[in-house]
Ligand binder design. Structure first.
Ligand code: HEC
Length: 291
């Protein structure tokens, strides 16, 4: 096996192992980044919805209190406002979703599905749990959901959610007396759940990974070509010349021209030593021949 083949094999193996490790680590970093980006998006949806809830409860509801006696205005309901504002945004974020899921909802469309109920149960079991992230596979790809508990933190909420008798009559007329009542102070009744598709950020991560691997292969190819050219002109070619000259001498051909030594590296010094040895040999042979 020639020198070049050995070098190329060694470099090839080192490159493949290095590329495998680098791609693995970069892939981890990218997946992590994709998840973080999705978590950030979901966190913004939840924070925005929480702000609308707060605004409705403190700013809007007091203004509409008198109105509720004659006509129920859902505009005074934090949950209604938050979900209505979200629907306004949804046209621009069609793969995203926001829901205020509850186990015993006032509005049946807020009823928790199986996986949402599991999340609410987790919050009910652990009152200290502030948020919860989970990934689900859906027909359109993986979806990350970030959830935060909806707890009855103040008495004002209970004016509408304790019993149908205590709730504004206009509200009961609209929503019926069966749902969304019996809630207790500090009880976790539901969860804000923001869902974000992972497909977009994962696709970006895949593109970046391809680009990164392509870049590494290009750098390796340039280095391999350069090293092969250098190997040829600096080592292989001069060594072949010395080897041919040594061959000539061994066959008794002392008249072949000297090998030309270029530069001052180890090969040049080997060439000079070889030439010197050849001259010594020639003069020793000359001495032998003259006796
Ligand atoms: C004026 C009466 C009223 C008050 C006060 C009120 N809610 Fe509600 N709440 C409702 C109505 C009506 C709905 C259904 C809204 C809809 O149609 O989306 C609702 C919906 C909800 C939902 C979504 C699940 C469901 O029941 O449909 C949650 C969670 C909720 N409320 C929690 C609270 C909390 C927490 C407070 C206190 C900050 C509060 N509510 C104050 C009337 C009220």
């Amino acid at each position: 096996m020639g020198l070049k083949t050995k070098f190329n094999l060694g470099m090839g193996v080192a490159f493949l192992v290095g590329l495998g490790l680098a791609a693995f680590m970069f892939n981890q970093v990218l997946r992590d980044g994709a998840r973080q980006a999705a978590l950030r998006d979901a966190g913004m949806i939840l924070a925005q919805a929480a702000a609308v809830r707060g605004y409705t409860a403190t700013e809007v509801a007091p203004l509409l209190r008198e109105q509720l006696k004659t006509r129920f205005l859902p505009h005074s309901v934090p949950s209604w406002s938050a979900q209505t504002v979200w629907r306004g945004m949804q046209s621009q974020f069609s793969d995203y979703s926001y829901k205020e899921a509850a186990l015993n909802p006032t509005n049946p469309s807020d009823r928790a599905t199986d996986w949402e109920a599991d999340i609410i149960e987790q919050f009910r079991r652990d009152p200290k749990l502030a948020q919860f992230a989970s990934v689900r596979d859906t027909p359109t790809g993986a979806v990350l959901s970030l959830s935060r508990p909806l707890r009855i933190a103040n008495q004002a909420c209970l004016s509408c959610h304790t019993t149908a008798a205590e709730a504004p009559q206009t509200m009961v007329d609209l929503y019926g007396p069966a749902n969304g009542f019996g809630w207790k102070l500090n009880e976790t009744v539901g969860a804000q759940i923001a869902s974000v598709p992972l497909a977009v950020t994962t696709r970006q991560a895949d593109e970046l990974l391809k680009l990164y691997i392509g870049g590494l292969v290009a750098v390796f190819a340039v280095i391999a070509i350069l090293l092969n050219v250098m190997l040829h002109y600096i080592i292989v070619k001069p060594v072949r010349q010395i080897s041919a000259a040594a061959n000539d001498i061994s066959m008794g051909n002392m008249n072949a021209p000297e090998v030309e030594a270029r530069g001052s590296d180890e090969i040049a010094s080997l060439t000079e030593s070889f030439n010197r040895m050849r001259r010594s040999l020639a003069s020793a042979m000359g001495l032998l021949g003259s006796t």
